[in-house]
Design a binder for this molecule. Structure first.
Ligand SMILES: Cc1ncc(COP(=O)(O)O)c(C=O)c1O
Length: 378
């Protein structure tokens, strides 16, 4: 008899959604888990911060890549839309019903610009640019669909990634965007990402304000020339209460606050860690060494090894294997079959490795959310 399978070839019998209402201890490992109580608290805290501010949130999808969480971020309020990094993420968001999307990145090449122009028929769409050729090519693609796309000129305020330098170049590009058919010249984007790694909050504030000040000055320069700047979008979890309260900043693109990770927890203790990877011990020497069933293919490690949630005396000194994590056991020995929760160093790269998120509340599986943006790289 032919067995009915889901598109990924799994037998229909063992569907993850069958676990809804059951104890989280039954989730097969390794698995990505979100504690919904912590998630909801994080979303409320961030939304409340922007309740009485001029700036509003535009939460970044890249942190979780899960449309259900994006919708919850919008429902929490004080959010004007969603930010994402890639065209394919924007497509996934639009398919999931999100109606206002910023691709905070440069979309390059005829095929992609055609896709972008097509997508703009379904939702309010904006994109970052830092070169006149992008403006010209986008305008040409839009002529074929008749749609309109918003453009934010990206200004590099010290990160050293994309963007034109602050000042005259941004004005020139803004003028080119304003003159191009099909393009709605919205304003500027600047991300002060080089400041978020600063641990000391006062020093971070000093650096973030100085950096974002360059974008605000550029805004004033453009406005003085007679060109309207409706939006300056930037900021993140590390700086939401710094650059997010600056005069001249309209949108904050924070993403990590929703799920958090152990790197960000040092800088932002007000947000709870809602994300973890549950794993099982598959080997143990019964004393100081144990091995878990997850490695680099299940936990993002670009910011270092994960930590063990309930066992701070145990460590993962190196995290190099694809499917294994070797634990240096400093506390009570771990035995084969024990389940252990790992907190990733970087939630964003971890979510990109998984296809679903088990939503857990009070030890029970509340829901299973697809991570639609997982693997959306183009
Ligand atoms: C363009 C952009 N905006 C905002 C963010 C903020 O994200 P987070 O909340 O993780 O600091 C990032 C992070 O990489 C980014 O690349």
């Amino acid at each position: 008899m032919t067995q009915v399978s889901d598109p990924r070839g799994r037998p229909a019998a063992g569907r993850p959604t069958d676990l809804i209402g059951k104890p989280a201890s039954l989730i097969p490992t390794p698995a990505l888990v979100v504690e919904t109580e912590a998630l909801d608290r994080n979303l409320r805290l961030m939304s409340d911060f922007f309740a009485c501010r001029h700036a509003k949130l535009r939460p970044h999808f890249k942190s979780h890549k899960c449309v259900t969480i994006a919708r919850r971020q919008l429902a929490a309020g004080n959010a004007v839309g969603i930010t994402c990094a890639k065209l394919s993420e924007a497509e996934v968001l639009a398919a999931g019903g999100v109606r206002d999307i910023l691709i905070a990145n440069q979309v390059v090449g005829r095929d992609k610009l055609q896709r972008l122009a097509e997508l703009a028929r379904q939702c309010r769409l904006a994109v970052a640019v830092d070169d006149e050729s992008q403006v010209r090519q986008l305008s040409a693609a839009l002529a074929e669909t008749g749609a309109t796309v918003g453009v934010l000129v990206e200004v590099d305020i010290g990160l050293g990634r994309c963007g034109v330098p602050p000042g005259a170049r941004a004005l020139l590009l803004g003028r080119a965007a304003a003159a191009a058919a099909g393009i709605d010249s919205l304003g500027l984007q600047s991300y002060e990402g080089h400041c978020i790694t600063v641990l000391d909050p006062e020093e971070r504030r000093r650096q973030a304000l100085a950096s974002m000040g360059k974008a605000v000055n550029t805004r004033r320069l453009i406005e003085a020339s007679g060109l309207l700047v409706r939006v300056l979008s930037g900021g993140g979890t590390g700086t939401y209460d710094m650059t997010g309260v600056m005069d001249g900043v309209d949108e904050v693109q924070a993403g990590s606050y929703a799920l958090m990770d152990h790197s960000y927890a040092k800088r932002r203790p007000e947000f709870a860690i809602a994300l973890s990877v549950i794993t099982t011990v598959i080997s143990s020497n019964g004393s100081d060494h144990a091995v878990l069933d997850v490695g680099l293919k299940g936990v993002g490690a670009d910011l270092g090894p994960p930590v063990l949630a309930e066992r701070p005396e145990d460590t993962i000194p190196r995290f190099e294997s694809e499917e294994h994590a070797s634990v240096r056991v400093g506390g009570r020995p771990l035995k084969v079959g024990d389940r252990v929760r790992l907190i990733p160093s970087h939630g964003c790269t971890t979510c990109n490795l998984h296809r679903r998120l088990f939503a857990v509340r009070d030890g029970k599986v509340e829901d299973v959310w697809p991570i639609e943006g997982s693997g959306c790289l183009e």
